[in-house]
Design a protein around this ligand. Structure first.
Ligand code: PLP
Length: 398
């Protein structure tokens, strides 16, 4: 059951705990987990009506499941979207978005700062189906416009970018795309709808890795695509046939994750702003990349489209790989892992992990230096996070 017009005026914290809930005949207060792969019908005619789509309702869990529907409706309400379809992972959300709307011969313009697996998907897998991609700088709308071809069907972007937190101007890129009838898809993983609502800025589709902030506690994989009924219906048609749908169990975990999304994202983002300011004043830190700092080249633009700087901070130490690894290796509290969006703060050395398979030249061109570190700030006390970072930082000579 979708929310009525009045309920859509509820604020995000209300939507996060209330939107999308459907109670069964038992009147459970907390959303139920429907672990069932299929659904039964009253009689043959009922089955026929459900299968033909003449009557709405559940048929088989690859098509829909009540727990998954509750998650979809709650996330749609938070993104301000007409509809949402859930997927097994963030990557399957991206795959489904592209394959639902593009075909052999079509072309994507994408930012060169995308999540690593998205770059691999576009460059090595979708390219085999005849869908090609041109990668352009995140921050330069003119480069996006110049990359458009007659067969361009989609702009795909992710803002802020990982790990350098470069901002793509969603309004400007949408204007360029829509003038040519091109769809705009935004990966909103870093900000979540709590900090940024791309559909309100003009984008057509929002994709999520629900694995990150939406779960927020590092438990399950999941993904989602939000947008108009018409555009997400195409994604749904792909999913119900191709199969990468969200499991009911994961949907239930994510539904509970959404309830605390606003509290977590706001607290983590406030703490990240403090960590970024602390790093900027540290004598062993060369540069900090954080959209909430006035020193960020796109600080003003970021303020027009996201509510705060978010929970991801990148910085370069004075030195190279040895110095960066020293900071990682001296951490006692921070988790050494590439995941992000968790309640537990994580630290990553992108050049040797997430961006390790890219050639050193391409890494250098993308600005991913050997001294760069990325932290995804969690819910620990700010003081404890910076004490942990300082253990390795103070040992840097020079
Ligand atoms: C993690 C991530 C993905 C992929 O999501 P999975 O759930 O791991 O498949 C896509 N985009 C961004 C920005 C991510 O951080």
């Amino acid at each position: 059951m979708r929310l009525g017009q009045d309920e859509l005026n509820y604020r995000p914290e209300t939507l996060a705990v209330r939107a999308g809930q459907q109670r069964s005949q038992f009147g459970e207060h907390s959303e139920a987990l429907y672990l069932t792969s299929s659904f039964v019908f009253k009689n043959a005619a009922h089955a026929a009506r459900r299968f033909s789509g003449e009557e709405e309702g559940n048929v088989y869990a690859r098509f829909s499941n009540p727990t998954v529907t509750m998650f979809e409706d709650r996330l749609a309400a938070l993104e301000g979207a007409e509809n949402c379809v859930a997927t097994a992972s963030g990557m399957s959300a991206i795959m489904a978005t592209v394959l639902a709307h593009l075909k052999h011969g079509d072309h994507i313009v994408a930012s060169n700062g995308l999540f690593g697996a998205t770059v691999q998907l576009f460059s090595n897998i979708l390219s085999r189906t005849g869908i090609t991609t041109t990668f352009v700088p995140q921050t330069d709308p003119a480069a996006w416009e110049a990359a458009i071809r007659p067969e361009t069907k989609m702009f795909f972007l992710e803002t802020p970018s990982n790990p350098l937190t470069e901002i793509a101007d969603i309004r400007a890129l949408t204007a360029v795309a829509h003038a040519k009838g091109i769809l705009v898809a935004v990966d909103n993983c870093f900000c979540t709808p709590i900090l940024q609502r791309p559909l309100e800025l003009g984008a057509d589709l929002v994709v999520h890795s629900a694995t990150k902030f939406l779960d927020g506690q590092g438990r399950v994989l999941g993904g989602a695509v939000c947008g108009s009924k018409q555009l997400t219906e195409e994604v749904f048609k792909y999913l119900r046939t191709a199969g990468p749908t969200l499991s009911a169990f994961n949907a239930w975990v994510l539904l509970k994750g959404l309830e605390t999304l606003k509290l977590r994202v706001e607290a983590q983002s406030a703490s990240a702003a403090q960590v970024a300011a602390w790093l900027e004043n540290h004598p062993k830190v060369a540069r900090v990349f954080y959209p909430g700092l006035p020193s960020h080249p796109q600080y003003e633009l970021a303020k027009t489209q996201q509510k705060s700087g978010g929970a991801i901070v990148a910085f370069t130490v004075k030195g190279a790989r040895n110095e960066a690894w020293q900071v990682v290796d001296n951490c006692q509290l921070l988790s050494i892992t590439a995941n992000l969006g968790d309640t537990k703060t994580t630290i990553t050395h992108p050049a040797s992990t997430t961006h390790g398979r890219i050639s050193p030249e391409a890494r250098a061109a993308a600005g991913i230096g050997e001294g760069l570190l990325r932290i995804a700030v969690g819910l620990e006390a700010f003081e404890d996070i910076v004490t942990d970072l300082d253990r390795g930082l103070v040992k840097i000579v020079g």
